[in-house]
Design a protein around this ligand. Structure first.
Ligand code: HDD
Length: 697
């Protein structure tokens, strides 16, 4: 019912579409209330002095709603701000009972709930998913003995050796302080300035410039605890441990040009991929493994395992796979869960302990502390996502902002004898089942220095580079050329290059040639690099399983396309666990040769081939003629070819492929009666094509 602008009678509940009055009362469970439970009669209009008059300060409904909205955002994480997460479980297959008393690592077959958050490091919360960057891999295990947070990355080493350099590292990599750019990118002066001056970062730089930092999917990244930890058994005997996650789908990456284009095509590429896979029941899974080594074994290694810039090659200390993690439930609410999740390396159940790694030691302070500014209260552990779920949590800490627990009785101190008077006395320490620290001897002088055993900055960088396949070496060299070409300060570039010579002279030469600069003399290393036995386990190309499982195939169709061919591709891909998306010039779809309609999942301009792992281009002759005038169709084929993807096509689509510069190779398949020949190349990337499509360093 329309109201006169001058009508000042109070409004009853009115719908949003035109102010129609309905005067039936809502059930209490269905009605909007204020935050304090007062039912709201009108959620469309603020309280005014007359229909056209000023809004009244008295309107507490309006004020409360706007005020809450004004404060909806909390400070984003200073690092790892951009993240995506999922719920799932960890299941132990082999007990480590000999080495630890942590139930989560000894109770075979028990499923422990987990919440896992993946992230980029440098970009803000609203940045894109596919920059060249390390990925965070943080797992919260809700164990029966308290939460265990394994806060790792997809790379097993780190940029710095001592936590005191962390703020400098992060300041250097984030957008530059005066200009506020670049966002989510390491290709700029300040980052490489820091790197050049901190040779200890060189090993991590090798990993960061490898394809691991442009992952295809969060379901296809490895995870590492990075720091060395300890396990303690029933007798409190310690053993060193490194933690590993290995994706069931293998470690897979994009091409750099592809990652850049995905950033425009779908900034949420990884978040969407994770969410959609879980929603359709295609649950991502990782093996969980440990490397265990005694003090004597650690002492025998030619490097210090307390130095987080060093990797323990699997060939030296094998990874023992002892369990798996499956992520099988999307969060219900991004803010409440993914954003408010607080991971703390200090969260460890009895039987797991830290080492003296000086990077880890600093982390033990930082994470608890940062939650106070991010989540605003010492009671952040009471937020549902952070709450210990596998067991009760109780102590005598009280009050504080946002306290949600209502404690009863007087026992907020200990020792107390209140139970002797029949009152509740509260919880007590448990010397047997409680957390105990490894009784490590640490008597020494107080000093600020770096141990000599941390001084070798190049042997592991060299090991990494020399262990890579030819393709991966070329990608790494090209990534360095790209990054350093964005450095505007010549002396910065020179210093990095001088360090690179110590890693491998051929690598440095390739990068220098790619930059068009003379190769500087090697910088003077603190310790001359030593050659280690190459570790093929550090490669990723050629190691992932060739399967359509987890992969997505885009089929570009036109009016008049052969529906039987589309159906055959779909059946074959879906039959092997892959996903098919139909792409058409119009979102309404196309009319197939047999007159049937085929709905599109995506419109061509918004669904470029970069978002698929392989493509089929099934066009009619007329459809092909039409699409040869469409830049997006030409790019569809051109990019799929350039990004080393399989292209299956109808014979009629050939002119489009020719126009896009697609040349015949094993990955270009004419789809006939059978689509079989398309499947093998669609299961992987056509690495052999790469030299034909781009110049690598
Ligand atoms: Fe860190 C967040 C991983 C060193 C200080 N870190 C954070 C996250 C991950 C890592 C995955 C995101 C957790 C989430 O999803 O909420 N950080 C690492 C790894 C490191 C590392 C693998 C090296 C072994 N970090 C490191 C150091 C410091 C920090 C040396 C400080 C001394 N990290 C933080 C932080 C963050 C964080 C500032 C930001 C948000 C948060 O903690 O909760 O405290």
């Amino acid at each position: 019912m329309a109201r006169s602008p001058r009508d000042t009678t109070p409004t009853r509940a009115s719908s949003g579409n035109g102010g129609e009055l309905h005067q039936t009362a809502s059930a209490p469970e269905a009605r909007i209330t204020t935050n304090h439970g007062v039912p709201v009669s009108d959620n469309q209009n603020s309280l005014k002095a007359g229909g056209r008059g000023p809004t009244l300060l008295e309107d507490f409904v309006l004020r409360e709603k706007i005020q809450h909205f004004d404060h909806e955002r909390i400070p984003e994480r200073i690092v790892h701000a951009r993240g995506s997460a999922a719920h799932g479980f960890f299941e132990l297959a082999e007990s480590l009972g000999e080495f630890t008393r942590a139930k989560v690592l000894t109770e075979v077959g028990v499923k422990t709930e987990v919440f896992t958050r993946f992230s980029t490091v440098a970009g803000g919360a609203g940045s894109v998913d596919t920059p060249r960057d390390v990925r965070g891999f943080a797992v919260k295990f809700y164990t029966r003995e308290g939460n265990w947070d394994l806060v790792g990355n997809n790379i097993p080493v780190f940029f710095i050796q001592d936590a005191i350099k962390f703020p400098d590292l992060i300041h250097a990599v984030k957008m530059e302080a005066d200009r506020g750019y670049p966002q989510a990118a390491s290709a700029h002066d300040t980052f490489w300035d820091f790197v050049g001056l901190m040779p200890e970062s060189t090993h991590m730089i090798m990993w960061a410039m490898s394809d691991r930092t442009i992952p295809r999917s969060l379901r296809m990244i490895e995870g590492f605890g990075v720091n060395t930890f300890r396990l303690l058994n029933d007798k409190d005997e310690p053993i060193f441990v490194k933690f590993h996650w290995r994706p069931k789908l293998g470690t897979q990456s994009t091409c750099w040009d592809e990652a850049v284009k995905i950033a425009g095509a779908d900034p949420d590429y990884h978040r969407r991929d994770l969410h959609e896979a879980i929603a359709k029941g295609d649950f991502p899974e990782w093996q969980f493994g440990v490397q265990l080594l005694s003090q004597a074994e650690a002492d025998a290694l030619p490097f210090d395992i307390l130095d987080a810039t060093k990797v323990i090659p699997e060939e030296l200390v094998p990874i023992r796979v002892i369990g798996r993690m499956v992520l099988n439930r999307n969060p219900d609410n991004f803010f409440a869960e993914t954003e408010q999740a607080a991971f703390l390396p200090t969260n460890m159940p009895p039987g797991i302990d830290v080492s003296e790694d000086p990077l880890l030691q600093g982390r033990l302070f930082s994470y608890q502390d940062t939650q106070l500014s991010r989540l605003g209260t010492v009671n952040f552990h009471q937020i549902p996502i952070n709450r210990a779920k596998g067991c009760p949590f109780q102590n005598l800490q009280r009050d504080g902002h946002m306290q949600t627990q209502v404690f009863k009785g007087r026992a907020n101190y200990e020792p107390n004898s209140l139970s002797e008077a029949g009152e509740v006395g509260g919880p007590r320490e448990d010397p047997v089942g409680g957390f105990r620290t490894a009784a490590i001897s640490v008597a020494d002088h107080k000093v600020r220095l770096r141990a000599d055993s941390f001084a070798d900055h190049y042997s592991h960088a060299r090991l990494f580079f020399r262990s890579q396949s030819e393709i991966e070496q070329a990608h790494l060299a090209s990534a360095l050329v790209f990054e350093l070409s964005k450095v505007t300060l010549e002396h910065v570039r020179n210093r990095v290059m001088a360090n690179l010579v110590n890693v491998d002279e051929t690598l440095a030469q390739r990068v220098a040639a790619g930059l068009g600069m003379a190769l500087p003399k090697a910088s003077k290393p603190a310790v001359a690099p030593a050659d280690m036995e190459p570790s093929p386990a550090l490669r990723i190309v050629g190691k992932y399983p060739e399967t359509l499982k987890g992969r997505s195939v885009g089929i570009l169709v036109s009016d008049g396309a052969d529906g039987a061919m589309v159906a055959a591709v779909r059946a074959a891909v879906e039959g092997e666990g892959g996903t098919v998306k139909i792409v058409a010039p119009k979102i309404g779809g196309v009319t197939l040769k047999d007159g049937n309609m085929l709905k599109a999942d995506g419109q061509l301009a918004g669904s470029p081939s970069v978002i698929f792992d392989a493509v089929a281009i099934i066009l009619s002759e007329a459809g092909c003629q039409m699409l040869m005038k469409e830049g997006a169709a030409i790019d569809f084929a051109k990019d799929a070819f350039g990004h080393l993807k399989a292209i299956g096509h109808s014979a009629e689509a050939k002119p489009l492929l020719d126009k896009a510069g697609v040349q015949a190779d094993d990955g270009i398949v004419v789809l006939g009666k059978s689509v079989e020949a398309f499947l093998a190349p669609a299961r992987t990337r056509q690495w052999v094509r790469e030299p034909n499509v781009r110049m690598l360093a």
